[in-house]
Design a protein around this ligand. Structure first.
Ligand code: URA
Length: 193
């Protein structure tokens, strides 16, 4: 099946999903968006207030910062694919619960299979945890302050993949000093494919 069709089918499933309780409080699910032939997939945590209203990932304050970071690294938003671990907003932007991650992660797994990105960048702790576990990197998981911007190579049936842990762009809203760190990390990310 062509990628476009597979993704459409997946998105239809996400729209109707009731695998956890978050469907009760969401406005719109946020499947993800971007190029289906992207070499880079960015994986965030979960939709926030504006994402839930619009049904698109990273369109609020953190999204503006993400756009700036992509731009500073010479990357176009429409040449990458942007997804989240959770497709529905946790009420009040609370942290994702384990049951929610377990219920929702098969959608992210399917997106990774459809797109087959060579590089996966994790944005924030929940994404880091899920992707590191999925690709057998749990023993290498350390505090984000020690591993941000580093490139981890993993062998998969679909070839070698590079995993790059990054701080969540929202970190700059409560610590403006982090912007320079993120800019450097996004440059390193753009240089690894
Ligand atoms: N934060 C995330 O992790 N994902 C979004 O889509 C928006 C904000």
């Amino acid at each position: 099946m062509p990628r476009e069709e597979e993704m459409k089918k997946l998105e239809e499933g996400i729209k109707k999903c009731r695998h956890c309780e978050l469907w009760k409080t969401r406005t719109k699910p946020v499947a993800g968006e971007g190029s289906l032939s992207a070499k880079l997939m960015l994986v965030g945590e979960a939709p926030g207030y504006y994402e839930d209203l619009k049904g698109r990932p990273f369109v609020g304050k953190a999204g503006k910062m993400l756009d700036e970071l992509l731009d500073s690294a010479g990357l176009e938003r429409n040449e990458v694919y942007i997804a989240n671990v959770l497709k529905c907003r946790p009420p009040g932007n609370r942290n994702p619960a384990v049951v929610e991650i377990n219920a929702c992660a098969p959608y992210l797994d399917a997106q990774l299979e459809i797109i087959e990105p060579a590089v996966i960048a994790t944005l924030g702790n929940f994404s880091l945890g899920y992707i590191f576990d999925k690709f057998g990197l749990r023993p290498e998981k350390e505090k984000i302050s020690r591993i941000h911007g580093k490139v981890f190579k993993v062998s998969t049936v679909a070839g070698i993949k590079k995993i790059v842990p990054l701080y969540h762009p929202a970190v700059t809203t409560y610590n403006s000093g982090m912007k320079g760190v993120l800019i450097d990390d996004f440059k390193a990310l753009a240089n690894c494919f």
